[in-house]
Design a protein around this ligand. Structure first.
Ligand SMILES: Nc1nc2c(c(=O)[nH]1)N[C@H]1C(S)=C(S)[C@@H](COP(=O)(O)OP(=O)(O)OC[C@H]3O[C@@H](n4cnc5c(=O)[nH]c(N)nc54)[C@H](O)[C@@H]3O)O[C@H]1N2
Ligand SMILES: Nc1nc2c(c(=O)[nH]1)N[C@H]1C(S)=C(S)[C@@H](COP(=O)(O)OP(=O)(O)OC[C@H]3O[C@@H](n4cnc5c(=O)[nH]c(N)nc54)[C@H](O)[C@@H]3O)O[C@H]1N2
Ligand code: SF4
Ligand SMILES: [Mo]
Length: 736
């Protein structure tokens, strides 16, 4: 029954979804709206434009915005945005923990407590004893302000956030290949591609509106999918490679091998626009690839060599190939290497900087790009692609922020997993968490402990897993109860205006940050106090970098369905395709393509050797657990699991096992099983499903009652520090 409904929701694309959900919920048809206001969906990095319908100030209807890039389409989550203001369990006043219990407090008491804990920690143990853990779901103005307050005010670089768990490998990949972060392509490329190479992504569930756009082109474009799970996306594929988790670098290098050996390299493009790592050339690259001949690696990948050869040819010879990837590639100990190699495949074949030909890393959260990557709100970054470790970059930001030279600490702060380790061993003494629920979503939850670390949490809902460790909880405004800018995958910034009042005493995260800045004596530094003022400050600062969006004014954002940067002045129409002459204002005149992010103007082709994942199966832990998402649920479920239609359709936390494994282990449908890894152990309901590859168990992480991350490994990529959520060796056994 559940499955049929899921299937129906998954199959009915876009606009039809709203109708479907409306009917299936059995609710009366919503009353007619009298006014409509444009906004943006709160959930995924697709960033769909919506029209919100109001009657007497109440949000009563939602529809996809026909003028936005999503062309009126919405997925099931977007079509239920009307439920957000009605969700139960909203916090309406601050809470303070006293003798182990949370009690109601005033804002003054709560903020005084936070300020005194932060000041006390810094006095005792210095600036690096405090930190901020943020989110790709906060507004740009909020994250920008937090970053500035902590790095230039408190002098702590311990500013990190959930994009570390999500986009760090993609960001490092773009930077190390092209010199600058953020994709060069755009969603419109989906309409021009003749081959989609989807690896480690399930857009049918995670970017449904983009997938719908691909689906409509499927006769004209080939779809190649690489995934250990036969996902909804894979079911539509022309070629599906059901790989062993963790082996993708063997596959990508094998594809490069075929491209080089079979004369599929676009030599003029490579000569004009590329360099090879270590001063190498095609000859040394060819040598590097020798051990990756398909026949040598096919068995480890788990697919036939002929199929690898075939997809390499499709990739190279299609008129326009577009790669799309997300967490199956980023959440890996070789995440950066994988991203580099994907970028390299496009460079080698010249499948780049043309309509439909592009390596497009899909962003997960609605504002991971604009909010966190562009503002440099990670522990190693400063705004506009600058690095903390570079003296010149620190000096530039000190001037722009008008703080004395030497203010910014030259030592990068702690990344997400290290930040929480520091909270567990006494190095971190005060932490502010905003817009994220780490006690459900960090890896290796079994070993997450806090020790003498004061935790302040801004959160719209009561009783999340993270509120269990919070000493003060501040009621946060949600979505359009506040104003701010979101920036998505294709460098598009869009404005969400405030159209509803938050419940009770809830405040926006920006208000909270401004208040904290005042209390900590940094009111002079944080002078921009409204979203509009912060945006203007950040917009002007951006002009001093290649992330220039000075021309994206608030007024233009109010009128338009977003604008894509670079956009240096108020008359500039925005940039669809970056690095492309005639489109990107930074490409020197007369040049068709320029990778100007690197001093040579050329992109770098890396030689990235494969290493097995640290969690290879063993006799004791013979299976691989991989984790991911389902269409109806958003991450830790604090919002979507409260929406009846979504709660009812998604089922509960469960592990999917292939029938062959189930038979071997004597597991039957609905049995409770013990799932054990080197990191932890839990019981969970098993579902027998032919979708996962034999030897692979698959689970999602939305269910707060079934914390799958208690068993998920926390190995990280040494460069991006992104955890490998996708590969944990486990043992499954039936609970008798
Ligand atoms: N419905 C919904 N949509 C979302 C979200 C959500 O919570 N719910 N979250 C958003 C966010 S923040 C993100 S980051 C994106 C994530 O978007 P996706 O990355 O598309 O989603 P996941 O399900 O995490 O992982 C994608 C696929 O990677 C596969 N995979 C696992 N291991 C490997 C491997 O070793 N190799 C390969 N090739 N594939 C592997 C999984 O089987 C899975 O099908 O979704 C965004 N959209
Ligand atoms: N096993 C496994 N774990 C994973 C992943 C995986 O693939 N597998 N993926 C990882 C990835 S890619 C991501 S992005 C993370 C996501 O992990 P999280 O960010 O921790 O998950 P969310 O549920 O989105 O948490 C957002 C929290 O912020 C609250 N919130 C919503 N709006 C606002 C607001 O405006 N202000 C404030 N202050 N709070 C707000 C929500 O109620 C919720 O509690 O999960 C990671 N964890
Ligand atoms: S695809 Fe993403 S942005 Fe669009 S409606 Fe669905 S959840 Fe919202
Ligand atoms: Mo993410």
């Amino acid at each position: 029954m559940d499955l049929t409904r899921r299937e129906a929701i998954g199959l009915l694309g876009g606009g039809a979804l709203a109708t479907f959900v409306g009917c299936s919920s059995g609710k009366s048809i919503s009353p007619a709206a009298t006014t409509w206001k444009k906004s943006v969906c709160r959930f995924c990095g697709t960033g769909c434009g919506v029209q919100l319908g109001f009657l007497d100030g109440r949000l009563v209807d939602v529809r996809g915005d026909e003028l936005a890039h999503n062309r009126g389409l919405l997925c099931v989550k977007g079509s239920l945005l009307t439920e957000l203001p009605k969700l139960p369990g909203r916090l309406s006043h601050p809470l303070i923990r006293e003798k182990g219990r949370l009690r109601k407090s005033t804002w003054k008491e709560a903020m005084d407590r936070i300020a005194s804990e932060f000041s006390g920690a810094m006095e005792k143990a210095g600036p690096s004893s405090v930190g901020f853990y943020g989110s790709g779901q906060l507004y740009t103005e909020e994250t920008y302000t937090a970053n500035k307050l902590f790095k230039a005010g408190l002098r702590s670089n311990n500013v990190d956030g959930n994009p570390r768990l999500c986009m760090a490998s993609a960001a490092f990949g773009y930077v190390t290949t092209f010199g600058k972060d953020e994709p060069m392509g755009c969603y419109e490329d989906l309409d021009h591609a003749t081959c989609y190479f989807v690896i480690g992504a399930n857009p049918a569930e995670c970017h449904p509106v983009l997938f719908e756009r691909m689906r409509l082109r499927l006769g004209k474009a080939k779809l190649i999918v690489v995934d250990p799970l036969r996902t909804k996306t894979a079911r539509r594929a022309d070629r599906f490679l059901q790989v062993v988790p963790g082996t993708d670098l063997l596959l990508l290098n094998a594809m490069a091998h075929v491209i080089v050996e079979d004369g599929l390299v676009d030599r003029p493009f490579v000569e004009e626009h590329c360099e090879f790592e270590g001063g190498g050339n095609l000859v040394s690259y060819r040598k590097f690839l020798q051990t990756y001949a398909p026949e040598k690696v096919a068995e480890r990948i788990g697919v036939a060599a002929t199929r690898i050869r075939e997809i390499a040819h499709l990739f190279a010879t299609s008129k326009a190939t577009m790669s799309l990837w997300t967490m199956g590639i980023n959440q890996r100990t070789q995440g950066v290497f994988l991203n580099n190699t994907l970028n390299s495949l496009h460079l080698l074949t010249g499948q780049i900087c043309r309509p439909g030909a592009t390596p497009l890393s899909l962003t997960g959260q609605g504002n991971a790009c604009g909010g966190v990557r562009d503002t440099g709100a990670l522990s190693h970054l400063l705004p506009g692609g600058r690095l903390i470790e570079k003296a010149k970059h620190r000096e530039e930001m000190e001037k722009l922020w008008k703080v004395p030279a030497g203010t910014i600490d030259p030592k990068p702060g702690w990344d997400a997993t290290e930040l929480f380790r520091a909270a567990g061993d006494g190095r971190l003494r005060a932490l502010l968490i905003m817009g994220t629920n780490p006690m459900q979503t960090l890896p290796d939850l079994t070993h997450q402990k806090k020790k003498d670390c004061f935790v302040a949490l801004a959160e719209p809902f009561e009783n999340t897993r993270t509120s269990e460790i919070a000493d003060v909880i501040l009621p946060a405004a949600l979505w359009v109860e506040k104003e701010g800018v979101y920036g998505q995958t294709e460098r598009r910034y869009q404005l969400l205006e405030k159209v509803l009042d938050p419940p009770g005493e809830a405040r926006s995260d920006l208000e909270i940050l401004v208040d904290l800045a005042n209390r900590l004596g940094h009111g002079k530094l944080i002078q921009a106090r409204t979203p509009g003022e912060v945006w203007d400050e950040w917009r002007k600062i951006s002009a001093a970098s290649l992330y220039n969006f000075e021309g994206i004014t608030r007024e233009r954002l109010r009128m338009r369905r977003g604008l894509q940067w670079p956009c240096p002045d108020g008359n500039h129409p925005g940039t669809k395709r970056r690095f492309v002459g005639g489109d990107d204002p930074f490409v020197p005149k007369g040049k068709k393509v320029s990778f100007y992010g690197r001093p040579s103007g050329k992109a770098l082709i890396h030689m990235r050797p494969y290493q097995p994942a640290p969690e290879a199966p063993t006799k004791e832990y013979p299976m691989i657990l991989t984790t991911g998402r389902v269409l109806e649920q958003w991450h830790s479920g604090t919002i979507t699991d409260r929406i009846v239609e979504l709660h009812d359709t998604s089922g509960r936390g469960q592990v999917r096992v292939n029938p062959a494994d189930a038979r071997r282990l004597g597991i039957r449908k609905g049995d409770t099983v013990r799932l054990q890894s080197r990191f932890g152990s839990m019981t969970i309901r098993a579902v027998i499903d032919p979708a996962p590859r034999i030897g692979v168990a698959w689970a999602s992480f939305f269910d707060a009652k079934v914390l799958i991350n208690r068993v998920v490994a926390d190995h990280v990529d040494p460069m991006s520090r992104q955890p490998e959520y996708k590969v944990t060796a486990v043992r499954l056994s039936k609970v008798t």
